[in-house]
Design a protein around this ligand. Structure first.
Ligand code: AMP
Ligand code: MG
Length: 488
């Protein structure tokens, strides 16, 4: 075999390691016994300029397993803090390592992170490991999010370690290779603000600006611009979650990326029946992170980000605080604009009328009262099959439907183009919990075909293909509510 074929194509740089030392600790992964590739994202590998064949080889898999450090990588565990369910805690990568930043042939810089790669100085009581089911779950859901057009970290590979991890029972262990714009979190700034100097905080902010928002570098107050950019990106992201029924489940400030990508897929899940109070996470007993609370919590987290930035927003603390408050007060408006724009698109509305918001709210109200399936209601309207919405026969819905048709009739575009627009705005399929569970169950027994079929269907959510019909069905009614788990 020629050298060329063996070259996986990794092109590492380690710019994060140039930041103040309190922000990370150098740490090698702990090798695992007998790693086997469980899933591998070939299209993603190719788009990153990596060599698929070389990555599938023993040496390639050893990198995904943490048994071999690729050339040019310099692994670190990142420090961060976070408000977890409202309580401020010192955290850090307890079971993840940043191998480095891969630079693609197009010059794009992405973090390559191993999750489940062994203990680090931040592990506290944890084993530094991850179980196969939750890592495959992150793979499925993050890739579904990507296909839905929602900013997200991505999953390059999952390796079955051949070792067991112990939770309530013994489970197969796994390591996920995650690709992200970066892993800089709101909590990274909180860490720098709480335990570093103002200079450390400034260096982190300068680095973040250079990496994510270079266009604001020469603004009059780049740190204020950074805050505004993060607010805008998060307002946009959370609106997209709401528009697809995605529930993150653990919106702690350590799980909010300043790049605006969805990060840390733990107890997340998609909502079937529309209800703003929906919570899946077993530990979220008070519903802090319920579907309907996500926009508010986003604002709360961003306020923590703004607080962390105060020392560099202005040399005078009072004035810094004022700048932070003004920026934060824009969040709800930006969120609402994004949400409204997205809801109009879901209903095929291409211009603006004052009554649109009421029309949207009325539909949501009917959906809630009648326990309508969120995705399928919009899918049925898209397909012009109102009888499939589950609201058929309800006189208020008939009236709403008439008003909506009249509304579409008042815009210059044809009804056909409105429905075309709806197809692009309403997914036919989402990763429904019962389908994800079914795929994970089979995979844990060694049969990956169910998961491959599911991944294939989820890769084109706006496809409206016949093959997807089977995957559109909501779960059979169950007495036991679906529950998700953290830190698994
Ligand atoms: P998460 O719930 O995955 O966002 O993790 C919250 C914090 O707990 C992070 O600092 C993780 O690194 C840490 N953590 C989660 N699971 C483990 C584990 N098995 N071993 C060590 N640290 C962990
Ligand atoms: Mg986390």
């Amino acid at each position: 075999m020629s050298k060329e074929i063996n070259n996986p194509g990794w092109n590492f740089d380690n710019s994060y390691n140039g930041l103040p030392k309190l922000l990370f600790t150098s740490q090698e992964p702990t090798p695992v016994r007998s790693p086997k590739l469980a899933v591998f994202n070939e299209p993603l590998a190719e788009s990153l300029g990596l060599n698929v064949e070389a990555l599938r080889s023993e040496n390639g898999v050893f990198v995904f397993a943490g048994n071999k450090i690729p050339e040019g990588a310099s692994p670190i565990a990142q420090s961060y803090a976070g408000h977890q369910f409202g309580h401020f805690t010192k955290l850090g990568d307890g079971r993840a390592l940043l191998l480095g930043e891969h630079i693609t042939p197009q010059g794009k810089r992405v973090d390559i992170q191993l999750k489940g790669s062994g203990r680090t100085p931040y592990s506290r009581g944890g084993d530094g490991r991850a179980a196969l089911g939750p890592m495959l779950r992150e793979y499925i859901i993050s890739e579904a999010m990507y296909a839905l057009g929602i900013p997200t970290t991505r999953s390059l590979a999952v390796v079955d370690t051949g070792e067991q991890v112990y939770r309530e029972t013994a489970l197969p262990g796994a390591i996920l290779t995650r690709v992200a714009a970066s892993h800089i979190r709101v909590g990274t700034f909180q860490f720098a603000a709480a335990w570093g100097t103002v200079e450390d905080l400034r260096k982190l902010a300068d680095y973040s600006i250079k990496r994510h928002y270079p266009e604001i570098e020469s603004n009059e107050n780049p740190y204020l611009s950074l805050l505004q950019q993060v607010i805008e990106h998060q307002a946009n992201l959370i609106a997209k979650w709401q528009l697809t029924g995605f529930i993150h489940g653990v919106m702690n400030t350590d799980n909010m990326a300043i790049s605006g990508e969805t990060i840390d897929y733990g107890p997340c899940a998609f909502m079937d029946t529309y209800d703003p109070a929906t919570v899946f996470s077993s530990i979220d007993r008070e519903g802090r992170y319920a579907y309907g609370s996500q926009p508010y919590i986003g604002g709360w987290n961003l306020a923590r980000f703004a607080e962390a930035l105060i020392p560099i927003l202005h040399s005078d603390e009072e004035q810094g605080l004022k700048l932070a408050q003004d920026a934060i007060s824009d969040y709800s408006k930006v969120y609402q604009e994004n949400w409204l724009k997205g809801m109009r698109a879901k209903l095929g509305i291409m211009n603006e009328e004052a009554g649109d918001e009421a029309l949207i709210e009325n539909l949501l109200q009917l959906m809630k009262q009648n326990q309508a399936d969120f995705t399928n209601t919009f899918r049925s309207l898209t397909l012009d099959q109102p009888e499939e919405t589950g609201l058929t026969g309800i006189s208020e819905f008939a009236q709403w439907h008439k008003q909506w048709k009249e509304r579409l009739g008042r815009q210059p575009e044809s009804i056909e183009s409105a429905h075309e627009w709806m197809r692009k705005s309403n997914p036919a399929v989402i990763p429904r919990n019962h389908r994800v569970e079914e795929a994970l169950k089979a995979a844990e027994k060694g049969d990956y075909r169910v998961m491959e079929r599911l991944l294939n269907v989820l890769s084109s959510p706006y496809g409206y293909t016949g093959e997807q019909n089977e995957y559109c069905k909501p779960p059979a009614p169950s007495k036991i509510p679906y529950q998700t788990f953290c830190g698994t």
